[in-house]
Design a protein around this ligand. Structure first.
Ligand code: MN
Length: 289
């Protein structure tokens, strides 16, 4: 059965302090749609999920910024079509800051037992007591793994088991976050280690993600890449992987067991010559082959 790419945009900057990632989905489309058409790739674009304006709903919690608005975004994910996750559909989520992905994983894991590969310079593993910024994009993986935030999102257990989760490319972890991760079953591979042996760590992460699951989701946070090659992100961290290394990693993803993917944290306001947006488009085209 020929796969059908299903695009859904989530134009959110609710999980981060600065503006820009809300323009991500439409910036990706600007370059992606002509390429999909040119290459005769079977796709459907469901448009953007509704994301409230910052402050519109009266958010005031400084430890969990924009919580009420983010809760609304997660509820909006439940309005996706019933067959969204069923073959031949292959969902690609266009972000948006990283906070949005809890909403997607919540819906995905209602249907499937899934593993997760989290490619990110950050751990996103804080909770409301350890967060320094109060930005929920830095807590979203912790929430997926079942930390104290889950109660705000109508979930009573972890969405994905820690043994099925791997963070690849981390190089900017908070001290408390390191402690939380050390006490978890999540595999954490630093940028340095990932650069040295991409094949080994990707295959380890895939094995972990496939252990007693029906497949896995890959979350591509573009700040994994060095700001020289991907300047268009909200929280850049130096000494990342190159765009060539990023492409290699995309090639190493086994698409047979892939349930869905996301590309998040693109911030077009910080981008230079749209190179970060174009890197995302190149990666999506690789995954479509
Ligand atoms: Mn992230």
């Amino acid at each position: 059965m020929k796969r059908r790419i299903v695009l859904i945009g989530v134009p959110s900057n609710l999980g981060v302090d600065i503006s820009g990632s809300n323009f991500g989905p439409d910036k990706i489309r600007q370059f992606l749609i002509p390429e999909l058409e040119k290459n005769n790739i079977n796709f459907v674009d469901l448009g953007n999920l509704f994301v409230p304006e910052k402050n519109f709903l009266g958010d005031s919690n400084e430890k969990l910024k924009n919580l009420i608005s983010i809760q609304r975004v997660y509820r909006n994910f439940s309005r996706l079509p019933e067959n969204f996750f069923e073959k031949p559909n292959f969902p690609i989520i266009l972000g948006g800051d990283h906070s949005i992905i809890f909403g997607h994983i919540k819906e995905l894991t209602k249907k499937k037992n899934a593993g997760l590969i989290w490619l990110d310079a950050h751990g996103d593993f804080n909770d409301e007591s350890t967060t320094v910024t109060g930005n929920i994009h830095g807590m979203v993986l912790g929430a997926i793994a079942g930390n104290s935030l889950k109660k705000y999102f109508d979930v009573d257990k972890s969405l994905i088991k820690e043994k099925n989760i791997s963070i690849l490319g981390a190089r900017d972890l908070d001290l408390n976050e390191i402690f939380l991760l050390k006490n978890s079953d999540v595999m954490v591979i630093s940028t340095e280690k990932l650069k040295e042996n991409k094949m080994e760590y990707i295959s380890k992460a895939i094995n972990r993600a496939n252990d007693e699951t029906s497949g896995y989701h890959v979350s591509f946070d573009l700040d994994l890449v060095d700001p020289l090659d991907a300047p268009g992100v909200s929280v850049p961290v130096n000494e990342g992987i190159s765009k060539e290394e990023f492409s290699n990693i995309v090639d190493l993803i086994d698409t047979d067991k892939l349930l869905s993917v996301d590309f998040v944290e693109l911030n077009p306001l910080n981008d230079i010559d749209d190179k970060t947006a174009k890197l995302i488009v190149d990666s999506i085209l690789k995954l479509c082959k």
